[in-house]
Design a protein around this ligand. Structure first.
Ligand code: UDP
Ligand code: MG
Length: 311
């Protein structure tokens, strides 16, 4: 019997947890061909999330729980979850039912046909703010313009992945894994699965702008060195500009074209422009250095405090 592992990161999801659990159970019980497990990763929730999970897991041995010592973020939670899966096919989804579990049977058919990564691609997104839609669009466009692998548009973390691919991802040595990018980067037989993204069933988004920004910059920096090349380009551009200013000043001096004491404007323009470019460049470079520093410290990406139904 083939086994399916469902991986669900949860952070302060007390309102939606039970609804979510019931709907997943309903779907899985119709799939008699398969055995399954549900792995919930409690990402340092401050509400009753863990208590509810504990309650569910007591009655249901197919429910497994990993609980972090604090909030380590969604990517860390999924990274932890896929380390503990025992299934042949692994499904990653959100707790808020935006990615409906009712789609799993169709995704499983695609998997049985030999596809190894079946990624959910959103045809539409319901009930999300214009701001979220705009920033999401900007994110995918920038990422694809900058990065060296093609990361499919409108694709989040909702996917069904073959064991083989999960093993590869788990064996990658990097600590901070940008999973959306990695799942595309590893190759294998990929297949898009189009679906309508639903509204969040209860509770609020756990992705404030700060976390989205962090995810976006992690994605760009871990998949591209183009920003560094842009720094190089900016440097060359400013050098050309400064040579032009130099020639202009020299000619002005030689031919008395200009009242030189009135050169204040050009000096100010040059100083502010160049220091702006320098600061921007230093910022971009330091984003990389910060991540190199992060990786070399070799700290784990998350700390597990408690495990339930997991050996
Ligand atoms: N999540 C998490 N840790 C975090 C933020 C979010 O584990 O720090 C979980 C959250 O509980 C949910 C999933 O990640 O199951 C996606 O979050 P959310 O639905 O809030 O994001 P959105 O759909 O609004 O982008
Ligand atoms: Mg959501």
């Amino acid at each position: 019997m083939k086994k399916i592992s469902i991986v669900i990161p949860v952070y302060n999801e007390e309102e939606v947890l039970k609804i979510s659990y019931t709907r997943i159970k309903e779907v899985m019980n119709t799939l008699e061909k398969y055995d399954y497990e549900i792995i919930w990763i409690n990402d340092g929730s401050k509400d009753k999330t863990f208590d509810i999970l504990q309650e569910i897991a007591k009655e249901d041995e197919k429910t497994k729980v990993l609980s972090f010592s604090r909030n380590f973020g969604h990517q860390a939670a999924v990274t932890a979850g896929i380390k503990y899966v025992t299934g042949d096919a692994i499904i990653i989804m959100d707790a808020d039912l935006q990615d409906p579990p009712e789609l799993l049977p169709e995704m499983l058919v695609l998997w049985e046909e030999g596809n190894e990564v079946i990624y959910g691609q959103r045809k539409s997104r319901k009930g999300e703010s214009a701001f979220k839609l705009l920033t999401a669009k900007m994110f995918y466009n920038t990422l694809n313009a900058l990065s060296d692998v093609d990361i499919p548009k409108d694709t989040g973390d909702f996917r069904l992945v073959d064991r083989k691919v999960i093993d590869v991802i788990n064996s990658l040595p990097e600590h901070n894994k940008f999973l959306r990018g990695l799942f595309s980067w590893v190759g294998f037989k990929q297949k898009a699965y189009f679906y309508e993204r639903q509204e969040r069933q209860a509770g609020k988004t756990k992705y404030p702008f700060k976390k989205m920004w962090r995810l976006a910059s992690d994605g760009i920096i871990s998949f591209s060195t183009k920003p560094l090349k842009i720094v190089g380009g900016l440097g060359i551009l400013t050098i050309i500009l400064s040579i032009a200013i130099l020639i202009y000043s020299l000619l002005s001096y030689l031919w008395h074209l200009n009242n030189l004491t009135a050169g204040w404007t050009s000096i100010m323009v040059a100083i502010t422009l160049f220091s702006g470019v320098q600061l921007l460049s230093i910022w971009i470079i330091s984003e990389y250095i910060a991540r190199i520093y992060d990786e070399t410290r070799n700290r784990p990406q998350y700390i597990i405090d408690k495990k339930i139904n997991i050996i």
